[in-house]
Ligand binder design. Structure first.
Ligand SMILES: [Zn+2]
Length: 323
């Protein structure tokens, strides 16, 4: 049976007969058009857009109309199912664009709107029994945040390894906590609060505070030791020698952040002569990080530990390179 029109990807509508659309068909087209507009603003690929369109039509049948917040929630659900991360800014811009289309004026989303989108997102996921692809989502978040701090491709692998070891059930937080740690070691953009502000769902302040860290550098099998609170330790991955160790002594701020401690690694290990740098790249063998995490007004500790494949490295910004 002919629908009387066909819809292409973006949506391009071509009438194949002379009849006009029914009220119902016009509604569906408007929904699809909104879904594609939102997906495009969020820079989501065709796979996610098509999935979002499929979800939108199925929910339209059940709910009989879709609000702007629901359309955005549907697109976010499709992205989460495919393991694609979305930034808070993308959601804001999509909301502004859709309110422009439906109301004729741009409306800036408030905290209430964000909560509404989060609520609808959960409803979409539950109603259609959808699963979030958390493994891919962690990688996707790391890539977005690594782009934001200007990290090169090769440096992302240690970030992903650390993010996976933090808390797999919280892809956004884990990615931000891991990228923040390397942001500090790589001496890139020091403003880590801005990384946390990029996340969707919105996070007002960073959730994981780095409380201690230890790193094994160079090539070898010696793992970084267990990190102690408020300290940074660097060991040689070949011989285990302690290359650098500093503890932040009191008096210190209540909310302590390890990024206030300097981080220095010599060009070669003074004990065994192992090379620790490859040009401006610091060879990273393993990292262990102690995070403080606030949950229901309680401070909890999370230990994250990641062993990197041999040859992993991160690019340190030029001015910090040892002479
Ligand atoms: Zn050594």
């Amino acid at each position: 049976m002919s629908l009387g029109f066909t819809i292409e990807k973006r949506p391009f509508i071509e009438f194949t007969d002379s009849r006009s659309l029914t009220h119902e068909e016009r509604h569906k087209l408007r929904v699809l058009s909104s879904v594609y507009a939102a997906a495009k603003i969020m820079e989501l690929d065709d796979e996610v857009s098509k999935e979002a369109a499929r979800i939108a039509l199925s929910l339209y049948e059940r709910w009989h109309s879709l609000k702007v917040t629901e359309v955005i929630a549907i697109v976010l659900a499709a992205a989460a199912e495919k393991g694609v991360a979305v930034t808070r800014e993308s959601v804001e811009r999509a909301y502004e664009r859709l309110t422009m289309l439906s109301k004729g004026r741009l409306v800036t989303p408030t905290g209430y709107v964000f909560n509404e989108i989060k609520r609808k997102f959960l409803r979409v996921m539950m109603e259609l029994n959808m699963k979030i692809n958390k493994d891919d989502l962690i990688v996707s978040y790391v890539n977005i945040l690594a782009n934001a701090i200007g990290a090169d491709d090769a440096s992302r692998m240690p970030m992903i390894a650390l993010a996976r070891s933090i808390d797999r059930s919280r892809p956004a937080y884990s990615a931000a906590a891991a990228v923040e740690f390397f942001n500090y070691i790589m001496r890139l953009d020091r403003d880590s609060e801005s990384l946390w502000k990029m996340l969707w769902p919105p996070v007002e302040r960073k959730r994981f505070i780095i409380d201690g860290a230890s790193v094994a550098v160079g090539a070898g099998d010696v793992e970084a030791p267990e990190p102690e609170s408020r300290s940074v330790t660097v060991v040689c991955a070949s011989c285990g020698a302690r290359l650098f160790s500093v503890k932040h002594e009191p008096p210190s701020p209540v909310i302590f952040d390890i990024s206030q401690i300097p981080f220095h690694v010599p060009a070669v290990c003074p004990h065994c002569g192992a090379r620790l740098w490859d040009g401006n790249r610091l060879m990273i063998r393993s990292v262990k990080v102690l995070y403080k995490f606030r949950h229901n007004n309680e401070v909890m500790m999370i230990r994250a530990s990641a062993l990197m494949p041999m040859g992993s490295s991160i690019a340190i910004r030029e001015i910090e390179r040892p002479s």
